[in-house]
Design a protein around this ligand. Sequence first.
Ligand code: NAD
Length: 274
Amino acid sequence: MSKVPPIILNNGIEMPQLGFGVWQVPDDEAERAVATALESGYRSIDTAALYENEVGTGKGIAASGIDRDQLFVTTKLMSTDQGYDRALRAFDASLERLGLDYVDLYLIHWPVPSEDRYIDTYKAFEKIHADGRAKSIGVSNFLPEHLERLIDATSVIPAVNQIELHPHLQQRASRAYHAEQGIATEGWSPLGQGKGLLEVPAIVAIAQKHGRSPAQIVLRWHIQLGNVAIPKSVTPARIKENINVFDFELDPEDMAAISALNEDRRLGPDPAEM
Ligand code: NAD
């Protein structure tokens, strides 16, 4: 079984470079999917209040019998719960649904600049962090302009920004800004949601060359860029395939061929509008 190497966050905490995402997994299937992922060697799980599967995710974690300190659990604050007091209450509710007494990473799911509450929200996150109930705090879908404002107005630099990232949307400006600020880049929809990306001829050719699947090639590209990736699947064979990316390497030509696929094309919403 491959062991997932960690990256070191800006607070010294280790985060597995590959995790398991559970968006769109119904609550009553999450327990089994999470259990399969943990049996397959994943130690990092990415859920959110919005996914309505924190209960099933928590059950999968509990059933695994793996020591809590060996796991890295992320959840996220729903946009409708932004604001200082609401965020504190929403966090309590997430912990309760997960059946945990702390999370490893708590993220603001979307900036929602039109409502302008992410600074107050993040101040609640700083309190949760100071109380030891979220070992790391961060954001998701923040543009550099949102991060800049946040960093000016608060004291804990986000450990992570989780953003849509795949070969068709390579996010070079955000990645460069994160690197400058010491913020880890975590890619969501790392496989481009399994849609056309895995049939792109350049990726299929690299897959044939290495005797790997297109999904493994794309995940390996994320790993070699130094990002965190959180692929999702409910199919046991794919769950296993997606973590089996630590025993081969893409060469510089492969990396360049994938880098040439950028189209700045989003699958999800534009954070400036969410
Ligand atoms: P993904 O890129 O991980 O693609 C998942 C889909 O790809 C699967 O449903 C399946 O159809 C296909 N797939 C998976 N493994 C495959 C394989 N080995 N071969 C062929 N096809 C395969 O997309 P995602 O679920 O959108 O993103 C992953 C995770 O990112 C989510 O589960 C969630 O945890 C997180 N996420 C976060 C946000 C956010 O706003 N922060 C938004 C979307 C997703």
